[in-house]
Design a protein around this ligand. Sequence first.
Ligand code: SAM
Length: 222
Amino acid sequence: MSQQQWDAVDDYFAETLIGHDPVLEAATAAADEAGLPHIAVAPNQGKLLHLLALTQGARRILEVGTLGGYSAIWLARALPADGTLITLEIDPKHAEVARRNLERAGLGEVAEVRLGPAADSLAALEADRVEPFDLVFIDADKPGNPEYFARALRLTAPGSLIIVDNVVRGGAVADSDSADRSVIGTRALHDLIAAEPRVSATSVQTVGAKGYDGFTLARVQG
Ligand code: SAM
């Protein structure tokens, strides 16, 4: 198996099940033009997030890690007209590109990009005692994942979903001696979830256009 084969299969799935999407293509082009890194979710992963949000009947979605707003567009498209997506981003340039992309996608009314370190923005949401989110997508710096997950848990309710991206770390997540901060953060996230009776979760390895990767899917229990 090679990256070339994974790319070809992802292209095939995206062509057959997603097709031409001018809004998402414009969002990707704008992110490229602004020099943003190529670390957004792949189209089929974006659609998975969209389908999970629809299945969830999500009215309120929280995202940690916006980049150019690609996954935010997929998620916000699943919302009803009076729904809300709040997405948190530390980099002012990323936030600006994302705001323009969300506006161009016709999602400016439902989607809000909050600039600042995610930990601070999450703490502010908690302090404001906002309504619980139905779905949280965590996709920012990986050392921060245990804190983001713990805060997400306080911002959700029984039945909510919390999804964490990039949990495989090239396979290093299985290495308990790793000194890599992203691996340490990802293992701490798994320890936290394992010890948390309010959550039922699984982690799944994936391959595709983004290489060898994986995600954690957690459901907040009653
Ligand atoms: N979810 C996006 C998508 O699929 O389109 C990709 C997000 S990208 C993998 C991670 C983003 O998290 C980057 O834009 C980065 O600037 C942001 N980020 C990194 N550390 C952060 C922090 N401490 N607080 C908020 N955002 C952060």
